[in-house]
Design a protein around this ligand. Structure first.
Ligand code: AMP
Length: 417
């Protein structure tokens, strides 16, 4: 028989990590729903054209897309991110603006798998469509910051930049192209290739060979229009006022093509530099229009769940939530009493487990212990005949009691309270 394992870059998430994963999303939902964001659940699969707007020159589109022609001859792709899907949903449904949406779920990119980089990875994120106001940029960034704080993650740095208006960005890209072409023989082969496709992305290079040419490159700030500079100054003032610390980095251009004006990244100190971004986002005022909608400003961020949890592990933050049951039912009289008792206690809202297959008292008590339960409810043949059960504390020295079945629920509830 063939045996199967997960494909490269794909993972199973088992308990208790899966509970932590779920709790992560719950905490995120708490933070953003308290700020007026509503959940949107886009499909995993879209027309490939939805994602083309991320940029032909980006790796996400050029190399990493999980796309195929389906049985109806449609060229579709598993989503590599959710911002484009959210914008497509906006164009399709035309909700009232401002539209404040949050999402969570898996994305797919055919990347080279390594720690913190997978082919299926989860993100949570928010997007706001229809508002052009620097205080919104500040709100979005602040919510990301507060979320990391709620997780208990301390070693996060917020890095901020502005790419200017599209025209500023265009002039900057041209200036970069001229600069890097003049220094082409100093660049690594990889960066020379990147230069031909997208001069901005050369700034992302972490290769030592590229460092001098990057250090000497023009900076985006020299190209900001008055309006772009004013917008960015207000964002910074608002973050200062909210006590959200940040570092300015003129080299932060982010991977996706659609960003303009405010861009930002959350970096975790504990992760290696190539994978240190736990999240990022920015303004993308042209994306809705590119997808066939009216001109609509947009801003948002996506946080990588897998990578953020690795950063939490490194810091010992956000441990898996306890998954222990309240009580464990041990039945050595055939199993029917355990069925009746677990059903009764669960219906009363308690977390209850049991053993099966008529195992020995010793083996069932071992399972009870492993379950983390605070109480064992024990039914042997004597108790089964007498219509009673023994309630035995497992985590304290308190004495066990034998109670009539009619009093079992209240006894257990009292012992747990
Ligand atoms: P992006 O959508 O590329 O802006 O990425 C936003 C965040 O998603 C990053 O900061 C990472 O935390 C996470 N992320 C992106 N790609 C991957 C991947 N292949 N594996 C794990 N996390 C990822």
């Amino acid at each position: 028989m063939p045996t199967f394992r997960t494909s490269p870059g794909m993972r199973d998430v088992l308990a208790p990590d899966s509970a932590r994963f779920r709790h992560f999303t719950t905490v995120f939902a708490d933070v953003v729903e308290a700020a007026g964001y509503g959940q949107v659940i886009p499909p995993l699969l879209e027309d490939v054209g939805v994602f083309a707007r991320i940029g032909d020159a980006t790796d996400v589109v050029a190399k990493e897309m999980y796309d195929f022609v389906d049985k109806g001859e449609r060229h579709v792709a598993l989503r590599p991110e959710q911002t484009a899907s959210v914008c497509r949903a906006f164009v399709q449904h035309r909700p009232a603006v401002p539209w404040k949406a949050w999402y969570s779920g898996p994305n797919f990119r055919y990347e080279k798998p390594q720690r913190g980089r997978y082919r299926q990875f989860d993100q949570v994120g928010i997007e706001v469509l229809g508002v052009d106001d620097p205080y919104l940029d500040a709100e979005v960034i602040t919510l990301g910051w507060e979320f990391f704080d709620r997780l208990g993650l301390r070693g996060v740095t917020l890095v901020l930049n502005s790419l200017g208006e599209p025209a500023d960005r265009g002039r900057y890209v041209e200036a970069l192209r001229q600069h890097f072409e003049a220094h082409a023989d100093e660049l690594s082969d990889v960066s020379r290739e990147t230069l031909a496709r997208n001069p901005l992305r050369v700034l992302d290079s972490k290769r030592a060979q590229d460092a001098p040419a990057i250090a000497a490159a023009p900076r985006i700030g020299e190209f900001w229009s008055v309006a772009a500079a004013a917008h960015f100054a207000t964002v910074q003032r608002a973050l200062d006022a909210a006590g959200v610390p940040y570092t300015l980095d003129p080299l932060l251009v982010r991977g996706l093509d659609y960003y303009r004006r405010t861009t930002f990244e959350f970096q975790a100190a504990s992760l290696e530099s190539a994978q240190n971004a736990v999240g990022g986002g920015g303004r993308y005022d042209g994306l809705v229009e590119d997808l066939g909608g009216p001109p609509t400003p947009g801003i948002g961020f996506a946080l990588g769940v897998d990578r953020t949890l690795i950063a939490c592990d490194d810091e010992g933050a956000f441990p898996p939530p306890p998954v222990a049951v309240d009580a464990f039912v041990v039945d050595t009289a055939g199993g029917a009493d355990a069925h009746a008792i677990t059903t009764e206690l669960r219906r009363a809202g308690l977390r209850v487990d049991r053993a099966f297959e008529g195992r020995s008292m010793k083996s069932q008590m071992k399972s009870a212990d492993r379950s983390g339960a605070r109480l064992a409810v024990i039914v042997g043949t004597d108790e089964a005949t007498a219509g009673t059960a023994v309630v035995r504390p497992l985590r304290s020295d308190a004495a066990q009691t034998t109670v009539a079945r009619a009093e079992l629920l209240s006894t257990v509830q009292e012992a747990l309270s």
